[in-house]
Design a protein around this ligand. Sequence first.
Ligand code: PLP
Length: 446
Amino acid sequence: MTLKDSRDLYDRALSVLPGGVNSPVRASIQPYPFFVERGDGGHVIDADGNRYIDWVMGLGPLLLGHDLPQQVQSAIQKQASAGPMYGAPTEIEVELAEFVSRHVPSVEKVRFVNSGTEATVSAVRLARGYTGREKIVVMQGGYHGAQESTLVEGGPESPSPSTKGVPQSFAEHTIPVPFNDTEAIERVFEERGEEIAGVLVEPILANKGIVSPVDGYHETLRKLTREHGSLLVFDEVITGFRVGGLACAQGKFDVTPDVTTFGKIVGGGFPVGAIGGRAEIIESFTPSGDVFQAGTFSGHPVTMAAGLKTLKYAAENDVYDHVNDLGEQLRSGLTDICADQAPEYTVAGTDSIFKVLFTRETPVEGESHCEAGCEQRTDCARYTRCPKTGADVGNTEIERWNRLLWPAMFDQGVFLSQNGFESQFVSDSHTEEDVEQTLEAYKHAL
Ligand code: PLP
């Protein structure tokens, strides 16, 4: 592919945008990112006129793909032409809140905000305000956006900021634990249960490869938080209205959190976030409530129109059947390809999310499970990246992804997430032909 225009745009961008981009992952690809001109169905076309099958889908929000159905487009245009926003309530935000609370088992009330980060920031404040406690438990390898309370690494006894700009004194209010490790979370609650405001967890780790919960893990979190008067907060920014369809991952796993954060799909491709949950907890956000939360753009009418029409379209058509079916075709095709020709890679995902992950070593014949009882086909103790906990990969996977797999796929016209940890997303606009071409490209790339 020639990327002359992208290169010129990147040169211009570098002089006015830090790193030439507005979010760091976009600059992961060397020597420069490609600039998109437009989307078309399940594809994107770059500034140089090249076409790619797009499995990034805006990093997850585009459940319907780039070609929005006519009724979604009309709703967006109608709202935009009625004046973009008012700083006063509108009917459409009530309708979207009604839709969310009707379909998501744990949500009685919801507050809309403008990004997933804003949702998790507010959820952490809510958990602290509601319980009167300060500590937040998070999972190592989990991601909750660019916020102080969760940009923290280390273990339960040694949390430290994962970026400059977060004070150590902030990090000390966060307790990172290994995902899927029941003993570790039980120990933390036994020792400090009365200090813990909440456990903030992605139902499936989706920013560290894709790591699914082991059986019973979420039930353990639910039981411990209940026993100790802490809140269970599911971060469904990625999984919401994707995994488990309209009931979200909490419906799929049959676990009822106290609070849920949403983003991505719920705004139909426009900036959005939301915090939903039991009425009595979310009521803390009322004007006379205890926890301050506010935003100029919150409940933005154009976003609300896009989100509502997108979700209604998904509810009334076979969108989830289609995207989950293609997701399954991709995962099973990729599993065969990896088994045949690249056993050091493993395939992860569920519903309409998929990912090929590099693991350091070729699995040893006959060793199918790790000592921790992981059901994956690999011996995770031997791997750079443990498929069970998402625990540490260091730079190896990123390096392999950025330098080898991503460019090899891109050269064949397939756009994957620009970071070795992030997921790939199927949309309603993708076709079986896209799947076949992508599998063929993986065969060559791997
Ligand atoms: N939570 C999760 C699970 C996410 O994956 C993300 C972003 O990818 C966020 C929160 C932050 O959302 P946003 O990027 O919209 O701020």
